[in-house]
Write a protein that binds this ligand. Sequence first.
Ligand code: AP5
Length: 215
Amino acid sequence: MDIILLGPPGAGKGTQASRLEEEHGMVQLSTGDMLRAAVKAGTEVGLKAKALMEAGELVPDEVVSGIIGDKLDELGPDQGVIFDGYPRTAAQAESLDEILAARNRKLSHVIELVVDEDALVERIVGRYTCGSCGEGYHDTFKKPAKEGVCDVCGKSDFKRRPDDNEETVRTRMKEYRAKTEPILPIYEKRGIVHKVNGMGSMAEVNDAIEAVLSL
Ligand code: AP5
């Protein structure tokens, strides 16, 4: 099973992809996470991506499609994946078709998280992660059980993304509306798009996705 999670910044793609990894043994392929790792490592891809990401703009199509193809080659042919934050443009959707066809893979579902954009700003500016193990938290929606201490690894090294400020979030949303939303009809024509209300609790959204996957 290969699926795409589609939705604007803060819609909950990463949150739900992690749950699907746990529940179905799938692998999350987040281009945002891969690009952040490249920026941190100072690779050629990271150098190209850094300023664009900090401004909330998209990284060139060929850069992200290249890293997705490489990642799939590292996984076995039977390993189901969740595309999180990819594809984001018509050119990326076309590349993904070629990448999957070349590896005898096929998309089974495109899950669109339908959300209220104003609420997303609150979700994003309140988000932080554990710098040691990567567990995600939120100032309001998901606090660690003991203040300042990661529930998973017990460390106190939390960090926030440089692009998680209101101004950059608005640019990221504009990019989503202009370049990503228009790719939905490509998948609607194939009958694989399922709309899920992304405004419920994390568990409710997860249940709705599970219901779609069990169809
Ligand atoms: P990327 O990392 O993909 O960011 P994004 O799409 O903006 O999405 P986010 O990670 O911000 O949100 P999410 O939907 O995963 O939400 P989350 O689950 O964390 O991309 C970053 C940048 O990289 C781009 O701007 C671009 O520059 C570049 N890039 C990446 N991919 C690219 C591509 N394909 N092409 C070109 N450029 C690319 O949830 C958010 C918060 O809300 C969390 O704190 C969470 O705890 C909380 N939350 C989640 N669900 C709920 C809920 N149901 N109720 C309450 N709180 C919730």
